[in-house]
Design a protein around this ligand. Structure first.
Ligand code: BDR
Ligand code: CA
Length: 320
């Protein structure tokens, strides 16, 4: 079976992503093996994100997946408390789910990632749906990581649309621009799932209601979490809805969707201190062939899908 490592900052849309991945893995015919999950500070602290993750996977009956706590602070900076206005004080929309009582493993997320990459050399698929602090830390522990990992798919950045945390920067990249710059400069093939494609793919009230009506524990829990997320997004879309950032990255990593536009280009992350900090400068027109900081065009930037993602996500979460 194909081994997957997930790095997350759980988070409401991270919870949707975890649920999607668990449901896909539950389908034996898919051959998906979730070999580890790491948490990183972003929407909540790495420690809180790990607890949310453990509780969610226990709700799905998966107590066998190791969860590691990752980096608390971004590189060279301080964790500033996350995004309670978006994800609630506990990160999951202030919804209470049963405490699993399970423990995290005795290694950091970066250590876990490096160990798994060595154990599954050339096979490990990495999906990152939070700030890239753990991935950059793993690169420092093992500079040969890019050749050990089969592929890296990440939710982050904005190619040709505005940012969501500054005029130009998306939250996962902006929360640790130094780490992101290192990850994008390393010599591996990246699939980037930016705001360009995540913002137009949304859940609406009828999707949320279907999750709650299903009576399935994880679907019901994420349905209730979405109530909080929908309220935040009223200020963005003008009505109750939620962008499907993180589950979309998981679905693309699993090859579940047909991509309409996904050019392979050079991407430079602005890690300077100015107003552009955290911007993903994507060379969509190929004008920067002499980009000195880049090792070439090795990032597939997903700009559009052939289909609306919401039905695929809903169907996956409602499968008996
Ligand atoms: C990303 O930032 C986080 O708040 C979400 O979980 C997602 O990973 C969207 O910009
Ligand atoms: Ca996230």
């Amino acid at each position: 079976r194909a081994p997957y490592y997930l790095d997350c900052d759980t988070g409401i849309d991270d919870a949707l992503a975890i649920a999607y991945l668990l449901e896909a893995a539950a389908d034996e015919s898919r051959g998906i093996d979730i070999v580890g999950i790491g948490s990183v500070s972003g929407n909540v602290s790495a420690a809180v994100g790990a607890v949310n993750t453990l509780d969610l996977i226990a709700l799905s009956g998966r107590t066998d997946i190791p969860v590691a706590v990752g980096e608390h602070h971004p590189q060279g900076g301080e964790f500033r408390g996350g995004a309670p206005h978006v994800h609630g004080a506990n990160g999951i929309g202030d919804v209470e789910i049963a405490a699993s009582g399970a423990s995290v493993v005795d290694e950091s997320a970066a250590e876990m990632l490096v160990r798994l990459a060595r154990e599954h050399a050339g096979e490990l698929r990495v999906i990152a749906i939070g700030p890239l602090t753990n991935i950059a830390a793993a690169l420092r522990l093992e500079p040969g990581l890019p050749s050990l990992v089969k592929e890296l798919t990440l939710m982050g950045g904005a190619a040709a649309v505005p940012g969501n945390i500054t005029p130009v920067a998306e939250a996962n990249i902006a929360n640790d621009a130094d780490a992101a710059a290192e990850v994008f400069a390393a010599d591996w093939f990246i699939t980037m799932v930016p705001l360009d494609v995540t913002m137009p793919n949304v859940f609406l009230e009828h999707h949320r209601q279907a999750l709650i009506d299903s009576g399935r524990p994880v679907a019901v829990a994420v349905g209730h979490m979405l109530d909080y997320y929908f309220e935040f997004y009223v200020g963005v879309y003008g009505h109750r809805a939620s962008a499907l950032h993180d589950p979309l990255a998981v679905a693309i990593a699993l090859g579940d969707l047909e991509l309409k536009s996904a050019p392979v280009v050079r991407v430079l992350v602005d890690d300077t201190a100015g107003p552009g900090r955290g911007q993903t400068v994507c060379d969509l027109r190929g004008v920067y062939n002499g980009f000195p900081e880049q090792s070439g065009a090795h990032t597939r930037v997903v700009l559009a899908l052939e289909e609306d993602f919401a039905p695929t996500l809903l169907a996956r979460l409602l499968l008996a």
